[in-house]
Write a protein that binds this ligand. Sequence first.
Ligand code: PEP
Ligand code: MN
Length: 339
Amino acid sequence: MIVAMLEHASEDQIQDVTDHLMRMGFAVHRTTGARQSVLAAVGKRIDFDTRDLEVLSGVEKVHRISAPYKLVGRQFRGHDTVVKLGNGTEIGGKEVVVMAGPCSVESREQIFLSAEQVAKAGAKVLRGGAFKPRSSPYSFQGMGLDGLKLLREAADAHGLMVISEVMEISQIEPMLPYIDIFQVGARNMQNFNLLRELGKIRKPVLMKRGIAATIEEMLLSAEYIMSGGNYDVIFCERGIRTFETYTRNTLDISAIPIVHKLSHLPITSDPSHGTGLRDKVAPMACASVAAGADALLLEVHPDPDHALSDGAQSMFPQQFAELMNQLRMIAPAVGRSIG
Ligand code: PEP
Ligand code: MN
């Protein structure tokens, strides 16, 4: 951390700040310039708040140099993390993995048809919510465990892996036998108790970016899971809330290269929730792959106009198949492949 003192800071003030930094466990190196003094604080500690120093008398500005996280950062691992799934699918490797399916599991017929359609087009993972975090308590809340069982059956019938959302700690145990990836929804990115529990299990976790979360906050949330010993964490950019109202959210594609620079963990893009509009999903999926996304999470429904949730952003199966063909052209241009 670098502490720049005000031009007119007194020697006493500089000494006070130096003492404060030393009490925090830092070694302090002072540089006295012609106009101002600068204190460089060096140490292993990362759990500090720069504002604690900014409020001391005589301080002009404090710059943090080290990241506030350890395990998710590139300094922890020199190579990219590759999350391995049961059927040999790897997220974070050369192949861009496509996870597709309906927003919610609605019926046996709907999920079996979905699995068949997305598998045929090249998806490797079947998505489908069984526990749904709906904005209104009067909306369809999901089929629960029964939906999860159907999701597993449908996926197995077509050689697919399964991703589904976990909303609370009590759901982890019952979900374990049926899923391959736990999805943490945008609304739960800062449910630290849930994240801690997911750190104790040994199954991949796809953690979505919160609706108003900074990239650093997203990295710190993943640190909760990793610090419990579960290193198979996958980020997911699913759009953030901005002043723009045309789309449901604003898909922050720049988060993809930024996360890749800061972290060794893979990142998924979810242009379905990112745009909220079916016809905007394909272009944003293409852009995400071009920007380096390791996976895509896409809502596809056999009959979107009658979907019980997120119909407007769910692609028709034919649209999805066409998108997959487009992605097969884009992926090789950025050194990737697609199923
Ligand atoms: C979902 O994937 O259906 C979902 C609810 O996503 P999010 O948490 O991004 O809103
Ligand atoms: Mn949805």
